[in-house]
Design a protein around this ligand. Structure first.
Ligand SMILES: Nc1ncnc2c1ncn2[C@@H]1O[C@H](COP(=O)(O)OP(=O)(O)O)[C@@H](O)[C@H]1O
Ligand SMILES: [Mg+2]
Length: 296
């Protein structure tokens, strides 16, 4: 008897192509969002409208009725609340730029995000939906994540320093389903009783969302991620940041960033990349507002 293969996540390139080409329909709005952030369903695989689905089900469709690969998060430019410190109408471009940086670093921390120009509310960003349990946020993962999860949080701190994320809340850190539970917290392998009592640690892929207020020309790093302050920055992360700098200068990545950010923002990004590549220790909170509010 053969066991069925677990579902394989499509590659980023496949997902990006699909997001760019597929028609989509809004099915909900995130209540905690500060902008018009919409949950949408890609209708290329199943062209039924929301109304058709409701008619077939005999009730309003719930989230569980939709395959998560058919879901995405759409942030139309015109739904973004104006901010005093960011140029109007650019937040969706910063979302895409953050994905580009994460992808170029090879860290797979930001879900695929593309620009769309013909969404139901016009130009905006469209991001792969990440199925997750909202109780598994940053603060929960610090205590309950396995070593690999904690390493991904370290990479998050470095990514945020590079993109100068001005709003890394705990709830913008998602642990993608399916969550596999690995080793047990601090249990002695030789002691079955302890191991049975110990809570299993969470493992899986961290995915980060909400990067609309990044890449300012002024340093605005505002994050919950100060827990690693003073620890050495892993060499492998610094080496990736050095490579990122080389990729931004002159390559196709630089061209794509030039279409998303202002020239002075790309120049400042290069400065930041150079500074972060030199960081031997994780930074301490600094500046006037180092913590986001609310924290979650
Ligand atoms: N790609 C995604 N996958 C799953 N949930 C998401 C995704 N992007 C955002 N969310 C959910 O929507 C909420 C609002 O999104 P966020 O990016 O914070 O919007 P805003 O820019 O309006 O603040 C997030 O806190 C998260 O719960
Ligand atoms: Mg938000």
């Amino acid at each position: 008897m053969t066991t069925p293969e677990p579902p394989v996540r499509p590659t980023d390139a496949e997902t990006a192509d699909r997001l760019r080409g597929a028609p989509f329909e809004p099915i909900g709005r995130f209540a905690d969002a500060s902008n018009a952030t919409l949950l949408v369903r890609l209708t290329d695989r199943d062209p039924r409208t929301h109304e058709d689905l409701a008619a077939d089900l005999g009730r309003d469709p719930a989230l569980d009725d939709v395959d998560p690969v058919d879901l995405a998060v759409y942030k139309p430019r015109r739904g973004a609340a104006p901010l005093w410190d960011f140029p109007a109408g650019t937040l969706h471009q910063r979302e895409v730029a953050a994905y580009e940086i994460s992808a170029a670093l090879g860290w797979d921390l930001v879900p695929v995000t593309v620009l769309v120009d013909d969404g139901p509310f016009g130009v905006g960003s469209l991001q792969r939906f990440v199925p997750h349990d909202p109780t598994h946020h940053y603060f929960h993962l610090l205590d309950h994540g396995d070593e690999d999860v904690i390493d991904q949080l370290r990479a998050m701190v470095v990514l945020d320093a590079v993109i100068d994320n001005a709003d890394r809340k705990g709830g913008h850190v998602l642990l993608e389903h399916p969550v596999t539970t690995g080793s047990t917290g601090g249990a002695d392998a030789g002691d079955a009783g302890d191991a049975a009592d110990a809570e299993p640690l969470l493992s899986g892929r961290i995915q980060l969302v909400d990067h609309g207020v990044s890449f300012n020309v002024e340093d605005k790093l505002r994050t919950v991620g100060w827990h690693f302050a003073g620890e050495p920055v892993p060499e492998v992360l610094r080496a990736d940041v050095v490579r990122l700098g080389q990729a931004v200068v002159g390559g196709p990545l630089g061209e794509r960033l030039a279409g998303l950010l202002a020239p002075e923002e790309v120049a400042v990004l290069l400065d930041r990349i150079a500074r972060v590549a030199e960081l031997t220790r994780f930074p301490e909170p600094s500046g006037r507002h180092p913590f986001p509010w609310p924290m979650l």
